[in-house]
Design a binder for this molecule. Structure first.
Ligand SMILES: C[S@@+](CC[C@H](N)C(=O)[O-])C[C@H]1O[C@@H](n2cnc3c(N)ncnc32)[C@H](O)[C@@H]1O
Length: 226
């Protein structure tokens, strides 16, 4: 995933065709590794893993897990059960985790109060609305459980940046919707969860000399205190 911020640095064109999420990941899946594969994802992963509660022995859901990056991390950290849900059959086909389920973020096929920790990384921006998916997370989280949600920071998208990927020499952008903090606060409160921690992460000028001091990644940790 590359944003315009980075494309500008490489002198690449600013306008590219934008695809709906399912179409985009159908094209992208075979080259989407289950590791952080650019500076933004490295920053996101470093930020999110710092906020991740202990998953050893827990039931973990990698929601919109794609090729399985966080499910693999949870498994390495000793999670008892790791389930990955994604609506893209193409992404699930390259995902090495055992328990993979094709489903939509807004209709999670798991029972209520059945998961200790949810990680939903870099996905909610693909949805026009976040309230239904956050409602589903609240439904399946056990009391005392946590949901970690990351996304491209609204500042990045609001300055016109897009999430892009290349197929050969053709660049494509993926549908992205901006969700401000106020939208998260509303959705989380309506779902009966609380926003426990929020981190807004900035790229380091040491590794990205053209980085600005604007945050590029936002990570929310939600808690089911019920
Ligand atoms: C940027 S990728 C991130 C994948 C993975 N979470 C990671 O961080 O490596 C976004 C993922 O969200 C999935 N996705 C997008 N919309 C979805 C929806 N409505 N329901 C389920 N998954 C969705 C895509 O198929 C894709 O795998």
């Amino acid at each position: 995933m590359i944003v315009k911020l980075m494309r500008r640095l490489r002198g690449q064109p600013a306008v590219v065709p934008t695809l709906a999420s399912l179409d985009a990941y159908q094209k992208w899946a075979t080259t989407y590794p289950p590791q952080a594969h650019n500076a933004l994802m490295q920053l996101e992963q470093q930020t999110l893993t710092t906020m991740l509660p202990a998953v050893h022995g827990k039931r973990v859901l990698d929601l919109a897990g794609g090729s399985g990056r966080y499910g693999i991390i949870a498994r390495e950290q000793g999670a008892a059960v790791v389930i990955c849900i994604d609506n893209s059959a193409d992404m699930l086909a390259v995902n090495p985790l055992q328990e993979r389920v094709q489903a939509h973020l807004e209709a999670i096929p798991l029972p209520g109060e059945s998961v200790d920790v949810i990680v939903c990384a870099l996905a909610l921006g693909h949805l026009p609305q976040i309230s239904a998916s956050i409602g589903e997370m609240a439904r399946i989280l056990k009391p005392g459980g946590y949901a970690l949600i990351s996304d491209i920071h609204p500042f990045v998208a609001l300055t016109g940046a897009q999430r892009t990927f290349a197929v050969g020499s053709q660049l494509f952008a993926v549908e992205h919707h901006v969700h401000l903090y106020s939208a998260y606060h509303r959705a989380v409160t309506a779902a009966g969860l609380t926003i426990d921690v929020v981190t807004e992460a900035v790229l380091s000028r040491e590794t990205q000399p053209a980085a600005t001091n604007l945050p590029v990644i936002i990570v929310y940790r939600l808690k089911n205190s019920g």
